[in-house]
Design a protein around this ligand. Structure first.
Ligand SMILES: Nc1ncnc2c1ncn2[C@@H]1O[C@H](COP(=O)(O)OP(=O)(O)OP(=O)(O)O)[C@@H](O)[C@H]1O
Ligand SMILES: [Mg+2]
Length: 435
């Protein structure tokens, strides 16, 4: 049933686009300017991806086989197929309405947008709540094989690797062009690069780590390892101890027991600035950028343990990765949007030339559209060979990009495994993924 996972992932993405469009519509109603390029990016994405690929695939395999196996599915299937068929025409109408919005028909445009996203959401809900459960009930093993084969065919012109690359590009354009309140408001999204570093050697080894706040023991004996080039997710609910752990690794939080080995050296007793010199750099929870300081000065702060002569070059590298930060380098950091501040916090950590990057909840408080973009930045760093610990409440997204993960509960590691193993673990799914 891998096809179902693919469909559901695509639904989640589409849902994010829908709620983003809704909030942009609200802003337009409140007087904001209409950015045609943003809407064109949204329409292009839906046209290319949804109408030309997602729907035909569902029609051709899933719907066809459900119809064969069940006689109570007809009404549901007919209504879903009618939605699919009408898709291109509805999109045409929306494009026309966008053109008229430029000539003053703003209210009509936002109304049309809302009607469209309403329809989209209703359609997704129907598939998720009725069609998929029905398919799981009536389809036979052989049916699933046929469907999965079609959905996983990487050579398929509509659904293969190359096509998916194109959809991802289109999706990035939406994020880049969205207004700052919901997107980056600039083209600062990270690019995806292929090829990761070798992953055998242990870089960080934490053994039996304990840490207390007064008499309360927040970490109760943590064992955790990061190999070179690995992205390790640390997931767990609110208050599990993720932040305490990262702070104890970077040395700003005292340990009461246990040891930390980094690159073969016992650093358990080293001060935090000495650990930073060795390459352990943290992007803290809640971003914590210095609001009154300029963006450039915030970045320079991240390099205070570094030799002066390399700072300018490193700044340029960060600016190349996050062009929006370059554009605004002389402005106070407090003027940045939440997503841009997160980029700044990551950029500041990168200025310390990390060999191990600690990211504490980089997706916290971000608009849904941006969560994925921040994860793309992390994927880029990973692809460049960076070793990363990613602490997240957003377990699904973190595990999806991680090589390995640890599940933390009230100061203890309760499960560990590869990212994929944990994503598919029933216990993890029930507890952390809200499924
Ligand atoms: N400064 C503090 N003083 C006392 N107790 C604290 C302090 N900071 C954290 N704690 C406690 O330590 C435990 C672990 O907290 P921690 O912030 O490390 O969890 P977390 O997994 O990062 O949670 P979140 O997802 O909310 O960021 C919690 O029970 C918390 O209440
Ligand atoms: Mg935390």
């Amino acid at each position: 049933m891998q096809a179902i996972q693919i469909i559901q992932e695509e639904h989640r993405k589409l849902w994010r686009v829908a709620i983003t469009v809704d909030s942009v519509a609200d802003e337009i109603d409140a007087g904001s300017a209409i950015t045609p390029a943003f809407f064109e990016a949204v329409f292009d994405y839906i046209e290319t991806f949804v109408d030309q690929a997602h729907h035909p695939k569902e029609d051709g395999y899933l719907f066809r086989l459900v119809r064969q196996r069940s006689d109570k599915a007809e009404a549901l299937l007919a209504s879903l197929e009618a939605d699919h068929q009408g898709g291109p025409q509805r999109l045409q109408a929306l494009r026309a309405s966008l053109a008229r919005a430029g000539q003053g028909e703003r209210a009509a445009f936002t109304q049309a947008l809302r009607a469209y996203t309403e329809g989209l959401k209703r359609h997704i809900r129907l598939e998720e709540r009725e069609l998929i459960p029905l398919a799981k009930e009536v389809l036979l093993e052989a049916d699933w094989q046929e469907i999965d084969q079609a959905f996983l065919n990487n050579k398929d012109p509509l659904f293969g690797d190359q096509a998916r690359e194109e959809y991802r590009e289109l999706y990035h354009r939406i994020v880049a062009l969205a207004p700052e309140s919901v997107g980056l408001g600039s083209q600062s999204a990270g690019e995806l690069k292929k090829g990761a570093a070798p992953k055998q050697e242990v870089l960080l080894k934490v053994s039996a780590m304990e840490s207390c706040y007064g008499r309360i023991k927040a970490l109760k004996g943590i064992d955790l390892e990061v190999r070179r080039g690995e992205t390790v997710a640390l997931v767990g609910a609110n208050g599990a101890g993720k932040t305490t752990f990262l702070r104890a690794v970077s040395g700003v939080q005292p340990m009461s027991a246990g040891s930390v080995q980094f690159d073969g050296e016992d650093i358990s007793r080293l001060r935090s600035d000495m650990r930073m010199r060795r390459g352990i750099c943290q992007s803290p929870e809640g971003r914590q950028v210095f609001g009154p300081l300029t963006i450039e000065d915030n970045l320079r702060l991240g390099a205070y343990t570094q030799p002066k002569n390399q700072v300018e070059g490193d700044l340029e590298k960060i600016f190349a990765m996050f062009p929006i930060l370059k554009e605004k380098r002389k402005l106070p950091a407090g003027t940045l949007s939440g997503g841009q501040q997160q980029m700044l916090a990551i950029g500041r950590a990168l200025m310390g030339r990390p060999r191990l990057l600690l990211l504490d909840e980089p997706s916290m408080g971000l608009a849904p559209l941006l969560v994925e973009e921040v994860f793309n930045v992390i994927k880029t760093l990973k692809a460049q060979g960076m070793s990363i610990i990613l602490a997240e409440q957003n377990a699904f997204a973190a595990l999806a990009i991680a090589d390995r993960g640890y599940v933390m509960e009230t100061g203890r590691i309760t499960l560990s495994g590869t990212g994929q193993e944990l994503i598919h673990n029933e216990q993890v799914r029930a507890a952390y993924l809200g499924m």
